[in-house]
Design a binder for this molecule. Structure first.
Ligand code: PGA
Length: 248
């Protein structure tokens, strides 16, 4: 299981320091620490790197630009992630898609940029409520996967996160069965596009209002390999509660 905390536009440098101080005090064993990923806002990344020293957790960025450098005011560069030795980056989070108008082509360009980098994506996909109600979930997932992964080779590692848009930050969590159905669809997509092995070795996370109470049932599903957690990742208590309740 992977436990990834997406801190969004929360957690300034001080809050990050306090979080990792508490995290250290929580005595989470080393193996479990390796299963933890945190995505602070970029201005808090340096503070996170310093505060997480001595821990075995993974850190990454919530977004990168589709270009490495140049005249792109306000953007975040992959080169800086590499310099900071951060191995992960969220790509295509639904808030990036809906609020910042990232389209399928933008997301594909970002995925392609990572092809020649040691940084791996956690590629987020998911349908809106309207799309689900219209019976278009699989169609939407297929299109998002097809475009984002079009030029990504089998040898490139990435993680996928299925996050139904209607479940993000709403308190409405997908039922384990509903999530499992989507995860199985995604797994089969990987099998068809790449291979059985790639499908087996690629983690597929569920995201959308994951809380300690809902994590147990979701974690029991065979195709759910972890969680991308927003709100409940802001406090060590609830983040650890999710870990403790999950079955690996
Ligand atoms: P949430 O956010 O857990 O607060 O719903 C999940 C996400 O946006 O990744």
């Amino acid at each position: 299981m992977i436990f990834a905390g997406n801190w969004k536009l929360n957690m300034g440098p001080k809050a990050v320091q306090n979080f990792f101080k508490e995290f250290k005090e929580a005595n989470i064993n080393e193996e479990t620490q390796k299963q933890c990923y945190f995505f602070p806002q970029n201005l808090s990344l340096s503070s996170a790197i310093a505060a997480a020293e001595g821990l075995n957790v993974n850190l990454g960025s919530q977004n990168i630009a589709a270009e490495k450098s140049g005249a792109f005011t306000g953007e975040n560069s992959l080169e800086v992630l590499e310099e900071l030795k951060l191995a992960y980056c969220l790509i295509g989070h639904s808030e990036r898609r809906s609020i910042f108008k990232e389209d399928l082509n933008d997301i594909r360009a970002k995925m392609n940029l990572l092809n020649s980098s040691a940084v791996s994506a956690i590629l987020c996909i998911g349908e809106s409520l309207e799309e689900r109600e219209a019976g278009k979930t699989n169609e939407v997932l297929k299109e998002q996967l097809e475009t984002a992964l079009l030029e990504v080779p089998e040898t490139k590692d990435f993680i996928l996160a299925y996050e139904p848009v209607w479940a993000i930050g709403t308190g409405k969590v997908a039922s384990p069965e509903m999530a499992e159905e989507a995860h199985l669809f995604v797994r089969n997509f990987l099998k068809e596009k790449y291979s059985e092995e790639k499908a087996k070795n690629t983690a597929i996370l569920y995201g959308g209002s994951v809380k300690p109470e809902s994590s147990k049932g979701l974690s029991q599903m065979p195709n759910i390999d972890g969680f991308l957690i927003g709100g409940a990742s802001l406090k060590v208590d609830s983040f650890k509660g999710i870990i403790d309740n999950s079955e690996s």
